[in-house]
Design a protein around this ligand. Structure first.
Ligand SMILES: [Zn+2]
Length: 693
């Protein structure tokens, strides 16, 4: 009898046969059986999963034996597998390929899951056992990983309020339920709005600057052209569109998202979320939400984050002002008397790039064909560093025809995991790019990683090659860096695996992986003309290299503007939170206070569609800068110590990628590069000059 059949018999047979989520996947490495999972499976599997985990927790608590690491902490690690399997697939599909039923399920289950999590986190008997173990931790002969897991469990329960009086706990539970509901609503409004905000134009003249292939792909059945938006404030097509009114329409549509007073307006919702977070932080004894969040991050305190932002922001604005002056001169030539606006920046930056460095994006794109970049670039670098090999697995089911399944084979020749690549934009997918794990690595559970990689690359018309922008190539290397963090994980406990590290550390390995995009041997390997196969001309490569700091004032400013808004909103007490109608004015004040009103650079996300701060990056958007400081220090170390070779990969694996959350991240960082991180390499890379050394 196979394991699958046995599992089915233990559950109600008819139900188990019909519901693909109620048993472990029959596919290799528990790869999700997308071909047999239906939307009707989710609700019963989630309910059964919560019930099962309640029973598992009850058994841990009811154990008459004194608490041990095995009967309490390890037992907790083994609990909730059915729930996590069902929830992982639902939330992944809701992000990558949603539909009304999946959205309804997310709304229905968000509060139930919040209650479920709190029932465990606020269980006094469970805390009693963990607290006992925590007090005995020096005598338990725990491994480093076990000790860290125990400390983290203990800390997390304290942070969820397990020691607060009952009335405060009741309020916390209510806040968490409200926040989960508001979070699900927010995501749905943002997706609906980005689809609803596409700009329709009637004539081809208004699309001047786009290629024939692009224009064909935008054509609607009614003969008009539809310019879809991406989730960021800036829109990639702005770099090409020479018709100024079209650019203006595109930017206005983008910047006004979710603040137009209709059903997709999120301002009221955001104000409400901010108040609830501030109230929760106060209940838990913190000055504000940022203080609560920073406690467990490597940055450690809001003061530290504020200080770095205050140091970098003026340097970024100064660099952006210089860049703006050059763009203004370009604009003047075509539109005498005009002032540089947000919708002019990307277009004239391309002109300026051509003038100052002798090339533009359009020259580059024929050399950036998706499959070449992926297999001869991203995968090739991972082979050189880690000995990984990649094999297409068209036999494995996928949830959308555009998704590709790959098997990742380790240096030992055995399967290391699976990778799902889901790279094209579609209206059912949330914006941006992200990586996830369908199955996490764990020696305790005997599981190997199954990971996903999602982007929003515009899909070309049928039969046309996918030619990437330089930024998209960067994003592919970045997200694959997250995949490597999961794929190379080598830990015992699932809750410490792969990317289970502080928020301001998780972007570190993914940013380090970006370095291979421009590494000469990798770049020469993937950048080949999509028609002739000819390598990219050396002269063009040299120009790209020379232009590496081009437009960094703009890039840093738009990022910092969003970061400062995030930090400001999360350092307020509940009574200081702006109301819905004050929200945009508050945003403008924050930007002005830091000098950003001096440059036509909108924040990378405006508050009403700033998904990061509604998801896991609240008071955490600074994490990209923080991680980039670690990244820039590491890149410097790699460049000095031999660069692209297996020994580098082994070192990255040993001190970073294999370790997940099993060690203090900053201890690992210092072992990796041999010193504390400093700001210098980051500033140098971005061409920024600050008042301080
Ligand atoms: Zn990332």
């Amino acid at each position: 009898m196979t394991r699958r059949l046995l599992g089915a018999l233990l559950l109600a047979p008819a139900l188990a046969q019909a519901n693909a989520l109620l048993q472990p996947s029959p596919l290799p490495l528990q790869y999700p059986p997308f071909n047999t999972i239906t939307d009707a499976d989710f609700a019963p599997a989630l309910n059964a999963g919560m019930a099962m985990q309640r029973r598992e927790i009850a058994a841990i608590v009811a154990n008459p034996a004194a608490p041990t690491f095995a009967n309490t902490i390890e037992a907790l690690e083994r609990s909730g597998r059915l729930l996590s399997r069902a929830l992982t697939v639902l939330s992944s599909l809701n992000g990558a390929h949603t539909n009304p039923e999946r959205q309804r399920l997310m709304r229905e289950f968000a509060p139930l899951l919040a209650q479920h999590r709190d029932a465990i986190a606020l269980d006094p008997a469970l805390f009693q056992r963990i607290d006992t173990l925590h007090q005995q931790r020096d005598r338990l002969q725990l491994s480093t990983e076990q000790r860290r897991l125990l400390e983290r469990r203990h800390r997390d329960l304290l942070r969820s309020g397990v020691q607060l009086p009952p009335d405060a706990q009741a309020r916390l539970r209510a806040i968490n339920v409200d926040l989960s509901r508001l979070g699900a609503d927010f995501n749905q409004k943002v997706l609906a709005e980005v689809n609803a905000s596409a700009v329709l134009v009637a004539t081809r003249n208004e699309l001047a600057g786009l290629s024939q292939t692009q224009i064909d792909a935008l054509r609607e059945p009614d003969g008009r052209y539809r310019l879809p938006l991406q989730n960021t404030s800036g829109q990639p097509m702005l770099a090409q569109l020479s018709h100024r009114p079209t650019r203006e329409r595109l930017v206005q549509a983008s910047l006004s998202r979710n603040a137009r007073g209709d059903g997709n307006d999120t301002r009221e919702l955001i104000s409400h979320v901010l108040r609830l977070r501030a109230e929760r932080a106060a209940l838990l004894g913190h000055a504000h939400h940022a203080d609560f969040t920073l406690q467990t991050e490597t940055a450690g305190s809001t003061a530290k984050v504020n200080a770095v932002l205050a140091q970098v922001a003026p340097a970024a604005v100064a660099a952006a002002r210089q860049e703006a002056a050059a763009l203004q001169a370009q604009l003047q030539q075509e539109h005498p008397g005009a002032t540089l606006q947000p919708w002019d920046w990307a277009y004239y930056a391309e002109r300026e790039r051509a003038r100052a460095y002798g090339y533009d994006q359009a020259q580059l794109q024929p050399y950036l064909e998706l499959n070449n970049v992926l297999e001869r670039g991203v995968f090739h670098a991972a082979t050189q560093l880690f000995g990984l090999r990649f094999k297409r697995r068209p036999d494995l089911p996928v949830y959308h025809p555009d998704v590709q399944a790959w098997e990742v084979i380790g240096p030992h020749g055995r399967s290391q995991g699976f990778l799902l690549l889901d790279l094209y934009a579609r209206p059912s997918k949330r914006g941006g790019a992200w990586a996830n794990a369908y199955v996490g690595q764990s020696h305790l559970l005997g599981t190997q990683p199954v990971v996903g990689n999602h982007m929003n690359i515009p899909k070309p018309a049928a039969g046309q090659p996918t030619l990437l922008t330089w930024d998209e190539v960067n994003t592919l290397f970045h997200e694959f860096g997250h995949n490597l963090h999961s794929l190379l994980s080598d830990v015992r406990y699932p809750s410490l695996a792969g990317t289970a590290v502080p928020r301001d550390y998780v972007e570190f390995p993914s940013q380090v992986n970006e370095m291979w995009q421009t590494w000469p041997s990798i770049l020469a390997h993937y950048a080949r003309h999509h028609q002739t196969g000819e390598p990219i001309p050396k002269a063009l490569l040299d120009k790209i290299k020379a232009a590496q700091r081009f437009n960094q004032g703009h890039a840093t400013s738009e990022y910092l503007a969003a970061t400062l808004i995030d930090m400001h909103l999360h350092q307020l007490r509940a009574e200081q939170i702006p109301s819905a109608h004050q929200l945009m004015a508050t945003e403008a004040e924050v930007l002005k206070a830091h000098g950003f009103d001096a440059v036509p650079v909108p924040p990378r996300y405006r508050t009403p569609y700033f998904s990061h701060i509604m998801g896991g990056y609240a008071a955490g958007y600074y994490a990209y800068l923080w991680s980039e400081v670690l990244d820039a220090n590491t890149v410097e170390w790699i460049e000095r110590n031999g660069g692209l070779k297996r020994a580098t990969g082994e070192r990255l694996k040993r001190y970073l990628l294999a370790r997940g959350g099993t060690e203090d991240p900053m201890v690992l960082f210092k072992q990796l590069v041999g010193h504390e991180p400093h700001l210098g390499p980051y500033l140098k890379r971005r061409g920024l000059v600050t008042g301080k050394p």
